[in-house]
Design a protein around this ligand. Sequence first.
Ligand code: GDG
Length: 491
Amino acid sequence: MSWAKEDLHELVRTKLTGRLFIVVSNREPYIHISSGGDEIQCIVPASGLTVALDPVMRSCGGVWVAHGSGNADREVVDDKNRVLVPPDEPCYTLKRVWLTKQEEEGYYLGFSNEALWPLCHIAYTPPNFDESHWSTYKKVNQIFADAVLDEVGDRQAFVFIQDYHLALLSRLIKARNPQVITAQFWHIPWPNSEAFRICPWGEEILDGLLGNDILGFHIGYHCDNFMETVRRLLEVRIDRERSAISRGGRTTLVRPFPISVDFDRIAGDAAKAEVGEEMENIQRRWSLADEFIGIGIDRLDYTKGIPHRFRALDKLLTKYPEYRKRIVFFQLGEPSRIHIKKYKELNAEIDDVVEEVNWKYQSGDWKPIIYVREHLSPTTLLAFNRLAHFCIVSSLHDGMNLVAKEFVSSRVDGDGVLILSRFTGAARELTEALLINPYATDDFAGAIKDDIEMPKEQRQARMRKLRQTVEQNNIYRWAGNIINELANFMT
Ligand code: GDG
């Protein structure tokens, strides 16, 4: 049975009655921006996490606590730093937490993204453990705890914490209000214990996470890695049957909950006339005729394997020159975390490889890679998803990867091929994709060729199965499974 928005709504109504539902994450789902004049624009950031949770919040109502990062964010909130969102259909509250530049630097760029992000993604980028970043991280977790406790007051509440920025939050909330029930979802992989133990504050992080009643990861493998890490680093009792960890009289359930997307909404939006018009605009703007169109859509991050896909395209065009002038690959997406050196280097590397590959094969008006480095509207992204003959997701390591599920959901024509890295959580479910190892450049190039040559019936049969999988395992099932588990703590 597939889950609908209404089913989640009903579940929330029956199981969470009388409780306040709070989501906490670093990134906010809506950012208010002003570019000088009187007009304030509201944009949706490029982040898998916020894209996934917005439909859940639309269905549950409640409060979302997050860092206010837009330059016009303060102008639209009330005296408790709250604003109703989404702008076109206000149905839940966004409560903003303000951080100073120094706090953002130590907690967000520093500890979260220079230490925990590379620590958890085995993508050969060494983590940077800096004592002052860690102390700011602890301080900011306390700021979030204060904001949550302020909202909870003396009500009964479920707090649903998101991700690696807030590893200490549940412990801090419970220290002041042990009645609050907390679940945390870790959106990125959990490494094996050998990799994790290099973190100088590993035990404090594990202790913080064990403040939760439920701790979720995308796949069972990350749950196993977490349990093994805890077993090696802390004195705990592990119940493998129940997948539970007990420590100091408290128990944390560790469970896989593969995240997903709002299949019906994406499919509905993709079929709209404005997407069709945008497809025509794109074809006109880049004078596209009958080339094979490939796309890659990413937050520009070194874990996404972006240079690796360009090398595979390079290899394809060298080995099979007959495809020259017949393929156009669009790399789309916006820069992220650009204040971190590694990300600056990645941007420079991407520019170099694009330039090199284009220079090598360019002929007349044609070049193989078109690189659009900007924030694109959801309509434009849907138009590209629908125009593409193939979509490449070549992450070196990825908790899930929603781009793959968005591509599948938007293919209302039942066609198109997904080329998907084996090292994504999504590869466990989307087995009808062409699965690749992004490091194996020759095989990767071969997969692009196979895709181009795949007979239509086979392409469509694969896409049919992929669509069934995402339709069944949609975002409402993900949220419903977590809420069902949470409800067991209410007795
Ligand atoms: C983390 C985990 C996990 C990209 N460019 C634009 C834009 N995007 C959107 C995509 C997609 C999202 O950003 C990226 O989602 P991912 O899942 O690929 O990746 P992360 O941000 O790394 O997310 C990941 C996820 O959390 C959820 O648990 O799947 O493994 O790393 O939705 O479409 N959106 C817009 N403009 C752009 O230019 N509007």
